[in-house]
Design a protein around this ligand. Structure first.
Ligand code: GLA
Length: 767
């Protein structure tokens, strides 16, 4: 074991590469956070870190006059909290039994060991663990505070509650952390279907903040990822704390500032519908939360989260493998396909350089629309007479991997499964069921349902020799049954059990997570899945923003980004295929459009994109990521750098008549090393210039006329040229000067015609 955990008198140091954390057991026997911030020496003498005694404020309840006449639980940096002993703020735990609501846990002992897995829940690999054991003698109850320490700079936390008498837990947060307010700005995300990871920021005031999800999934409403940024921090500098949960169900995050400017932060299970009985031999364990700190700004925390997730969270088998470039037929055909169409798409995909062909929804039962057949794992013979195995064989023969879409957790009312087992659908058994996307959810708390799903998934994956599955989930929960409390949590535990079985049986299978896009992209799911479909919104500008926010907490190798048709199906906004690629290229690349409809010029473009991507793939998927500009800055810039190669994706917001002279902000390059830089060659569709095109043609064409339409199928104009060399230090200093943007007065060879929402991809190679 390393020495990341150090026990000293009445205190414990947790030390990592990036941060230090000091827990002090105060005179009242309550663990408090004496320090969490930049890495410092783990000294024996910690007196200078501790808060000094002072008179307790007027109206407070003094916890125990004998032990400490100044200590009120309302104003200490407590590592957990319960009400009814003077703490008037948001509690991290709520417990009760038939006699009392008062639970008073006091420090008793500790244990230091190698971190082990948390039973029934996904947990990171490796690490060291400190357990603080606290007891309420009178209630015969024990509270264990677990601290998991990972050298990358992550502290994991969860709590375990044990009792020899029956108690009820009504709220269970995985941790509480109290920090002095550094003019913090809370950054989190909100969203919905086709609009996940919308950035939200609030300067903390004394009003409380709480957010989370009660949908039963971690949710597109509010991902469990959030940050506290000190008021003077920036992308590359200053103090930033990052938080996330390794959990996929309903969750709650709380941030509260008291009148003495202490910031109390906690996160864990959503208390809505939550009630859990704890009894002798029936302890309760919360999901693991992760906390990180960096003094190198938001991108510093991002780097910590990324290396931690890549090393300890995502499935081991493909942890370091380059993700294949895929084609998915969803937006290309939706459910209107047959074997002929699929094979023709597959042949085209192969020619473009695609490595994995994924058949999406509509291959089973009699599914032509989203109102039938979920739950029936029989192939739709009318569409695929050769079955899935037959199709898989043909695609494999073309030299591609083959993948298939499933939505295991759902059932259609119009399905053989529902007709045979109506009781397998989630229902309170009293009211008529409410449907979402015309479907119900299966009750994964029942072992027989999980067995049914495992058997069918296992059979199809094995028989058809699938290389990849996309596991979708397309509706929130409703109509939960009565009886035992904590149904939502039990469902998620059932889901994890099923996923563990699939993973154990098929460790090498590529698995992609999806919930109507990013409805359940969280670290719980990424403990089983190699990638996650980021959003059903495939508009490039929307995606640039969604991705720039998601990537702050999730590494590029889990983010599945697709190039879709020029006109977005979600917004009807049109951007070029070049722009779509430039935005999709940091992450895992895929294509999701009808390849049979491509013009010759588009085919060339796509083949060139895939060739470029493959050359820079390691940097695109596993590089050190920097988010350098965001939507509110008028441009979105994200870069990724690894082993001397880098990509910087630039996406414009709105074109203005007087565009600013621009330098390209960059970071992470090696000082003293020279880099060749260039812009990925772009093409302009002549139609882009409307009737202005006549200024360069020897003959006249009509805007949107037949001639220009025919010509543009085969011909496109070269966009600006941009290349050269620069030292890494100069690149990091943001000295690289970009060509001027189009300003309505002429098109020189340096001029960038980005227009509204246009993008570019800058490429770098160390010499
Ligand atoms: C969800 C997914 C899509 C697609 C459809 C199929 O919306 O997010 O990518 O798989 O389901 O029904």
């Amino acid at each position: 074991m390393g020495n990341m955990i150090k026990a000293i008198e009445h205190a414990f140091w947790l030390g990592t590469e990036q941060c230090s954390y000091l827990i002090h057991i105060n005179k009242a026997g309550k663990p408090v956070c004496a320090y969490f911030g930049a890495k410092v020496p783990l000294t024996e003498d910690i007196s200078a870190f501790l808060e000094k005694d002072g008179p307790s404020n007027g109206r407070r309840v003094i916890y125990d006059k004998e032990k400490d006449p100044n200590c009120s639980l309302d104003d200490i940096a407590a590592e957990f909290s319960l009400p009814h002993k003077g703490d008037q703020h948001n509690p991290s735990l709520l417990l009760e039994n038939s006699d009392s609501f008062v639970f008073d846990f006091v420090y008793e002992s500790y244990e230091i060991k190698e971190a082990g897995p948390v039973e029934g829940l996904p947990s990171p690999r490796g690490g060291e663990e400190l357990v603080l054991i606290l007891r309420d003698q009178r209630m015969e109850a024990e509270l264990d505070l677990h601290y998991l320490v990972y050298e990358e700079g992550v502290i994991g936390r969860y709590v375990e509650i044990k009792s020899s008498k029956k108690i009820l837990c009504r709220k269970a947060m995985s941790y509480q952390l109290v920090l002095p307010n550094e003019n913090f700005i809370l950054e989190s995300s909100y969203g919905n279907w086709a609009g996940e990871f919308q950035k939200d920021e609030a300067k903390l005031t004394h009003m409380g903040y709480f957010f989370g999800s009660n949908t039963f999934a971690s949710g597109d409403n509010h991902n469990p990822l959030f940050f506290l940024k000190s008021g003077d921090s920036s992308a590359e500098h200053g103090s930033v704390y990052g938080f996330n949960l390794i959990y996929s169900g309903s969750h709650r995050e709380e941030v509260e500032v008291n009148s003495f400017s202490r910031v109390r932060v906690s996160a864990g299970l959503s208390p809505q519908h939550f009630a859990w009985e704890i009894d002798k031999g029936k302890p309760f364990v919360t999901p693991v939360a992760i906390l990180a700190y960096s003094d190198k700004g938001m991108n510093g925390v991002t780097a910590i989260f990324h290396s931690f997730i890549r090393g300890r969270v995502i499935p081991e088998a493909h942890r370091q493998d380059l993700r294949p470039v895929l084609y998915n037929n969803w937006e290309g055909t939706y459910m209107k396909f047959n074997e002929g169409k699929i094979l023709s798409l597959a042949r085209k995909a192969k020619k473009l350089g695609i490595e994995l062909f994924v058949l999406d929804d509509g291959w089973f039962g009699h599914r032509d629309a989203d109102n039938s057949s979920l739950g029936d794992y029989t192939v739709y013979k009318k569409k695929l007479p050769g079955g899935i195995s037959g199709l898989s064989k043909k695609i494999h023969k073309m030299g591609m991997l083959f993948g298939l879409w499933f939505e295991p957790e759902a059932v259609s009312v119009d399905s053989d499964l529902y007709r045979a087992h109506p009781d397998w659908a989630i229902s309170d058994g009293i009211h008529p069921n409410s449907e979402g996307r015309n479907q119900l959810l299966l009750n994964l708390t029942k072992p027989e349902v999980r067995d049914y799903l495992f058997e069918h998934l296992h059979r199809i994956i094995s028989e058809a020799k699938l290389d990849f599955i996309k596991w979708d989930q397309n509706r929130p929960l409703s109509d939960i049954p009565g009886g035992e409390g904590g149904f939502v949590h039990r469902y998620i535990l059932g889901l994890y059990e099923l996923l563990s079985r699939v993973r154990e049986a098929h460790p090498d299978l590529w698995m992609e997570n999806c919930a109507s896009g990013g409805g359940r992209n969280d670290l719980g799911m990424f403990s089983y899945f190699d990638t996650g479909w980021v959003s059903d919104d495939t508009d490039s500008f929307e995606r640039a923003s969604i991705q720039a926010n998601m990537i702050k907490g999730y590494p590029a190798c889990v983010m599945s980004n697709h190039v879709a048709a020029k006109t977005s199906h979600q917004l009807l906004r049109k951007t070029s295929l070049g722009t779509k690629f430039d935005v999709a290229s940091i992450g895992v690349l895929g294509y999701e459009l009808n390849l049979n409809d491509l013009d010759p010029i588009d085919k060339k473009e796509l083949a060139a994109q895939i060739e470029t991507y493959k050359k820079y793939r390691a940097a695109a998927q596993f590089g050190e990521v920097h988010v350098l500009a965001e939507k509110e800055d008028g441009r979105i810039i994200v870069s990724s750098i690894k082993d001397g190669q880098a990509l910087a994706s630039y996406c414009n917001v709105l074109q203005t008549p007087h565009p600013a002279m621009e330098k390209l902000p960059l970071a992470g390059f090696e000082a003293g090393k020279t880099y060749e830089f260039s812009v990925r060659p772009e093409k302009y569709d002549p139609r882009r210039f409307g009737s202005l095109i006549n200024m360069i043609l020897p003959f006249h064409v009509k805007e949107e006329g037949k001639l220009v339409n025919v010509v543009s199928r085969h011909y496109a104009m070269d966009a600006e040229k941009f290349s050269g060399t620069m030292d890494g230090e100069a690149l990091n200093a943001g000295a690289l000067t970009l060509g001027p943007q189009w300003a309505g007065t002429g098109l020189g060879e340096n001029v960038r015609v980005l227009g509204d929402f246009g993008a570019r991809l800058y490429l770098f190679d160390a010499k």
